[in-house]
Design a protein around this ligand. Structure first.
Ligand SMILES: [Zn+2]
Length: 164
């Protein structure tokens, strides 16, 4: 981090704190050359590559709006959706990967949505796991019956681990 005053290429961190949004870190730095102090804000960026190839920042709002459609007519509140979006963000961030494609985000939503509402889960899964026939639904329903929701959070399913 260059000093903004004298361009010295190094600086010393004298204080770090997490910003109110919880997603960025503010660091108070001091230049060892000129002694002046400055503040930097560093964000742990998480980006999503859309099917169109466009890269955009991860957005909880987008997660909520995507899931909201699958929840139409279901007893799911906006507070439930907000919590789900937060859980999805935490699980993708905890994977340590900084960039996902939109389909991976969809797959990361599934275990959390399943805890919330099984009907919405099936609707959402039919899109993101590309169900092609009734047999795909039957398989998913059998899976739901065999492994009832436990209330525990699962790790992010990667596409190569969720097939077959
Ligand atoms: Zn300086």
């Amino acid at each position: 981090m260059h000093c903004p005053f004298c361009r010295h290429p190094d600086s010393r961190v004298i204080d770090s704190r997490t910003a109110d949004d919880g997603l960025s870190i503010r660091r108070r730095r001091q230049c060892p050359e000129c002694g002046r102090r400055f503040t930097t804000t560093e964000t742990a960026s998480l980006t999503v590559i859309k099917r169109s190839g466009v890269v955009e920042p991860f957005s909880r709002e987008k997660v909520m709006s995507g899931v909201r459609k699958a929840c139409q007519g279901r007893p799911v509140t906006d507070a439930d959706l907000a919590l789900l979006a937060q859980q999805v963000e935490e699980s993708v961030r905890s994977s340590g990967v900084a960039q996902f494609d939109a389909n991976e985000i969809g797959l990361a939503i599934l275990p959390h949505l399943r805890e919330l509402d099984e009907v919405a889960f099936l609707r959402f899964a039919s899109v993101y796991q590309a169900f092609e026939s009734l047999a795909d639904f039957e398989t998913a329903i059998e899976e739901l019956r065999a492994h009832p929701a436990t209330g525990s959070l699962e790790s992010v399913p990667r596409p190569d681990a969720s097939e077959e």
